[in-house]
Every structure is written in C-alpha cells, then in structure tokens.
Design a protein around this ligand. Structure first.
Ligand SMILES: [Fe+2]
Length: 347
C-alpha cells in the first residue's frame, strides 16, 4: 500500500489574488497547462500538478483549515490495488467519496481534506554542474552551466501547522504508511511517504509555535519545489525579483535537517513557495533524529532571523521510528523512544 509522492497540490485563493497567483507560479517556473475562469493547472516534469482554485469553489471538501494556500494534497498511489487496500481501511471511519477520475477524497478526524489517486510518476533527469574544490578537480577546462530561468521538476514536500501533532502523525504513519524522518522539538515532525525517497513529504508543524507565525489552528505554511542545484535556485530568485515579486526575507540558506538548500518566496496563493535543492534521500534503513529546534534549522542562512543570531548549542539524538512528538519544553535527552544521544558538546 504504497504512496509514492505528491500528485497534486490544490491551492485555495482569494478571488482578488487569482490572477496574481497564476502569474506568480508562471514566473516561479511551473509549466502552465491550462487556465480558465477560476481554475489554473500547472504540470511539472514528474507528472505532478499544482491547481489554483478560488477559496469558495464548491470542489473543496469541508475542512477545519483556515486561510489560503494548499487546501488539499492529492497523494499519488502506486497502483489501483494499493489504493483499494488503503480505502478498505479508511472507509471504516471516513466518509470517502470517489471523483469521476478515480480520486478518493475525504476529511480526516482532525479536519484536513485529503485525496488519494493512482499515479504514474514520470522519471525526471538532472545533471548539476560538478564542483571543484582545492585539490579536487571535477571540472577542468569546462565552465558551469548557464541558465536563464528556474524550472522546478518535482514537488518535494508540503507543510501545514496542526494543533495536535501526534494525532496527525498517528494518521499519516499508521493509516497511510508514512515513515518518521525527524522530530524537531517544539517545531514539529517530518514524515516521508513509504514509496518516496524524499527526506520528507510533509512537515507536520506544531501550531502552538508562535515564533513560526502560527495561531493554533490548521493552516498552510509552504510547499517545496525541486530544482537542480543552488545555481538554479539563485537564478530563480533573481528572476522573481526582476519580475517584481518581493525579496525573500531569509535569502538562500541550507537546513541542517534534510541538508536541503532553500529559498522561500512569499506567494500570493498563500504561504510561501520554496525552491529546494540537494535534499537528503532516504530509504527504510534511515534512523530518525531528534533535534533541538534551532540546531536543526540551519547550517547557514543568508539573512539570519533573530532566533539564530546567538551561537546555537549542538544538540541532536537518534530515536525509534515509532517515537512520538514530545512536549515542546522537553530536551532531546527526555524524548521517548530515544536510541542514543551522542555526547556532542561543540558550540
Ligand atoms: Fe520546506
């Protein structure tokens, strides 16, 4: 019963923001497939989609989510047989409807609209320019690749905040087969679909974390779109600024959790859109980490937010894959399911 990734992200936007949302995603580099009154569809190289709809579109299922942004993620399932296996279980306590195209859609007990659909994920290619470093020559008499635009080829992850992180973790892990990748204390948990190798496909953020801008309700935060390398990421940044979109508040950086290079841009369709490059790839041999939140957040960042301006204490451990999200005030050493806390004292 394998979910293999994100088949579609369906945004709900204010009517006044619909045209800007379409223009934003075009400038961001998503290939526009079709646009009509109240519905725009983009299709990425891997065969995934971004849809933009108006918030009051009757297409949306009832949900407890507040605000604009991704109001429904449709998860791609490897086969009809796998989808039916998932639905046998889900129908026990969910009202599942089937759309004409075979997409199964329902609202969870915690109030999130979710979709499942058989998906043929297409292979994508990339060929990042090799790096040279002192004494290590991977590129001799050869220049770096020059490009004019960023064109994301994949949707890597999506982030919402939830009031009860463990309720959401239980659902995705126990009912949909997701794997725990990381726990970031006070911030949330990272989970990966069992048939995907992205470091995470969802960051289940803790809605009680006001420093992340949450107000305790279910809300969308950002979606991550995969580009080839940091050159493409920065070419995309420059292009978006030339097109008049606001500058990123953090600028480019690299997360310690997932190792991913990032660039977040405020998006008129809600939340932020993230260019992502060089993210860790995982399989079921991965051992999850438990992180002190600030230590896990970044290796470096161009424009440091206030919470990173002091030197950060190194603090990380390993945990069981069935570990749960601890109280936000817990330390790494106090987490249930902790396998080992390395004696790291560097600061
Ligand atoms: Fe992200």
């Amino acid at each position: 019963m394998s979910i293999i990734g994100i088949e579609s992200l369906v945004y709900g936007v204010e009517e006044k923001d619909f045209a800007d949302s379409v223009r934003f995603f075009e400038d961001f580099g998503l290939p526009l497939r079709k646009v009509s009154e109240g519905l725009a569809t983009f299709r990425l190289a891997e065969g995934s989609h971004v849809e933009v709809r108006k918030l009051d579109d009757p297409w949306f299922l009832p949900s407890a989510q507040r605000g604009t942004g991704v109001r429904e993620c449709i998860w791609g399932v490897e086969s009809q047989e796998s989808l039916e296996e998932l639905l046998i279980d889900l129908r026990r306590d969910h009202d599942v409807r089937l759309d004409e195209d075979g997409t199964a859609r329902f609202t969870t007990a915690f109030g999130q609209a979710v979709g499942l659909k058989v998906w043929r994920k297409l292979p994508v290619h990339s060929a990042p320019t090799p790096f040279n470093s002192p004494g290590n020559f991977n590129r001799v008499n050869q220049v770096r690749k020059w490009i004019r635009r960023a064109i994301p080829t994949t949707i890597q992850h999506v982030v919402w905040a939830f009031p009860d992180v463990n309720q959401v973790l239980d659902f995705y892990r126990d009912r949909l087969g997701f794997r725990l990748a990381e726990i970031q204390i006070g911030a949330g948990v990272y989970v990966r679909a069992s048939g995907a190798q992205d470091h995470h496909n969802i960051f289940i953020a803790d809605a009680s974390n006001q420093a992340l801008g949450f107000d305790g309700s279910i809300s969308f935060h950002h979606a991550n779109f995969g580009v080839e390398d940091i050159d493409e990421l920065m070419v995309g940044k420059n292009y978006m600024e030339r097109r008049g979109w606001p500058r990123s508040s953090w600028g480019m950086g690299r997360h310690r959790i997932s190792s991913g290079a990032f660039l977040y841009l405020k998006c008129p369709a809600g939340g932020e859109a993230e260019y992502g490059a060089d993210i860790d790839v995982l399989d079921d041999r991965w051992v999850p980490h438990v992180w002190e939140a600030r230590f896990g957040s970044n290796i470096f960042i161009h424009d440091m937010p206030v919470f990173l301006q002091d030197e950060v204490q190194w603090d990380v451990g390993y945990c069981e894959p069935d570990a749960r999200y601890p109280d936000p005030s817990a330390s790494v050493g106090e987490c249930d399911g902790l396998l080992v806390k390395p004696a790291v004292t560097m600061a």
